[in-house]
Design a protein around this ligand. Structure first.
Ligand code: NAD
Length: 495
């Protein structure tokens, strides 16, 4: 029998709830059983919130520079354990080693950004905003000066709920900035990659964050619902599918929490006839098939404008056919497996649906030469996809690229902007005019111009639109500082 993934409460690993449903974590490339994850660990969630609540007053009162010393130490520990963490991602998630390295590196960027909390948390002040003469008249009888200042203060216990597809990075979008700002935190990672998350949190405690400042509880919907409605929780950050994002946003908001929810996506890439062809193929292949299509920033639909399809379709098909699909730690691998068997079934189902709806399957991942074990699907390209087809509208979250055709950039933009999602959009062109028109009219929060994956950077807010985001303040950048702090304005006069 495989071991149970532990909870991390009060600065140490604890066994947690023994009862309730479990999720079996399996290496998606080999089928090897890795560990069991408790899904219904509500008692552990309660203990984690209490631990975070009790730790909050002392942590909030710790000078921010001191809090950041632990963050600096943590950044170094992540560097020291880089290989270990990346290898855990390959085993538990199935990413290629290069993709796993990117997951850890982009996460470390967020820790570095959080190290700047002393500057980022600074308030503002304005002396002498008024003069009061109503009560006493000193200062040469002209009246007493009134000063005003705004501080940023921590909220209390914050909760983070994360998806499977970036096991190390997405939790690091949340808790380092929350904790650097003086909050305490409970992380509920995806049950599918909980082992990576436990190690990430354990290293933080080695770095010197006091017990209770950062806790982790595994679980599924019951645990999430307990956390997001808990009286002692002040703020909730969520990343995952739009269906769950909406549920967490509505439930958390109704319970009076500050909530930010990053959701799912259906991302379009527009290919203009004048685009640099090598840049297009490189960018589209990386966007559609990188991380096996399991990115919220995966390019899922390419719209070829004018006669671009004539060169684009054969070139992208040839490049996709040449991708080496294998276990993430194999030499030369370019695409790994999907996260689990259910995902493989879903993606295979979408390929069938596309064909049934009238798309041309120019590259069929069902027929690809694939490893004998594991949740693999080969790169797939569906051509002549039209608006209204499910493969044009649903988030497939797998290595399937749909190709549409439009006569003009404006028609392509109109097709793209009909999507209820708005996470990212990409344009390939050599024309500044077209680039500017795209930048002004694309209905998505992250835009790439000749860049296949306009990835979030720690210093900028990461902004999906429409059904890809529920809330006001986004992840990362100054939005994260704003999200994890409250303004306190003091108006003072001294007689
Ligand atoms: P998911 O929505 O299934 O799960 C996300 C989290 O919610 C997990 O921790 C899970 O345990 C929990 N959860 C699942 N069902 C729940 C329910 N009914 N009630 C309460 N909690 C529940 O997402 P996933 O499959 O892990 O991740 C893939 C999705 O995440 C994709 O849709 C992808 O686009 C999205 N994503 C978005 C971003 C972004 O920044 N916009 C980033 C990464 C992933």
């Amino acid at each position: 029998m495989s071991t149970r993934v532990e909870q991390f409460i009060e600065g140490r690993r604890v066994a947690g709830d023994a009862d309730g449903a479990i999720h079996e974590n399996v290496n998606p490339a080999t089928g090897e059983r890795l560990a069991e994850v408790s899904l219904d660990a509500v008692a552990s969630a309660e203990a984690a919130v209490q631990s975070a609540r009790d730790a909050f007053p002392a942590w909030a009162a710790t000078p921010v520079g001191e809090r950041c010393q632990a963050m600096f130490a943590y950044k170094q520990l992540l560097e020291d354990h880089f290989e270990e963490l990346a290898s855990m991602i390959v085993t538990e998630h199935g990413k290629t080693k290069a993709e796993a390295n990117g997951d850890v590196r982009r996460g470390i960027d967020c820790v570095e950004f959080a190290c700047a909390a002393p500057s980022l948390m600074m308030g503002r002040s304005l002396p002498q905003i008024a003069v009061s003469s109503s009560f006493c008249r000193t200062e040469d009888e002209g009246g007493v000066g009134i000063d005003s200042a705004v501080d940023r203060v921590p909220l209390g216990v914050c909760v983070g709920i994360t998806p499977f597809n970036f096991p190390i990075m997405v939790p690091l979008w949340m808790w380092p900035m929350a904790v650097a700002c003086g909050n305490t935190f409970v992380l509920k990672p995806s049950e599918k990659v909980s082992m990576c998350a436990v190690r990430e949190v354990e290293l933080a405690c080695e770095a010197g964050f006091p017990p209770g400042v950062l806790n982790l509880v595994t679980g599924g919907p019951k645990v999430v619902d307990h956390l997001i409605t808990h009286d002692d929780v002040k703020a909730v950050s969520f990343v995952g599918s739009s269906r769950v994002a909406k549920h967490v946003y509505q439930t958390g908001s109704a319970a009076g929490k500050r909530v930010q929810c990053m959701g799912g996506a259906k991302n379009f890439m527009i290919i203009m006839p004048d685009a640099n062809r090598d840049a297009v193929i490189d960018g589209v292949i990386g966007s559609a098939f990188g991380n096996t299509g399991q990115r919220c920033l995966a390019g899922s639909v390419a719209i070829a404008v004018g006669d671009a399809a004539e060169w684009f379709v054969p070139a992208v098909t040839e490049a996709a056919r040449g991708l080496k699909v294998a276990a993430g730690d194999e030499a030369g691998v370019q695409m790994g497996p999907l996260i689990d068997e259910a995902s493989r079934e879903r993606v295979l189902g979408y390929i069938g649906t596309g064909a049934d709806e009238g798309a041309t399957v120019v590259l069929d991942g069902r027929d690809a030469e694939l490893p004998a074990t594991g949740c693999f699907v080969g790169p797939t390209i569906l051509d002549h996809v039209r608006p209204g087809m499910r493969v044009a509208e649903d988030e497939i979250f797998g290595p399937v690229l749909s190709i549409m055709r439009e006569d003009t950039l404006d028609a392509a933009l109109a097709t793209m902007n009909r999507s209820p999602y708005g996470n990212m959009a990409v344009l390939f062109t050599e024309s500044g005019y077209h680039a500017r028109r795209f930048q002004t009219n694309a209905g998505a929060g992250m835009l790439g111009i000749n860049v296949g994956v306009p990835a979030p950077m720690a210093v900028f807010p990461f902004s999906g639109w429409k059904d890809s985001f529920f809330g006001t303040l986004h992840a990362n950048g100054d939005d994260a500082v704003r999200f994890y702090t409250e303004y306190r304005v003091t108006v003072s006069r001294w007689m």
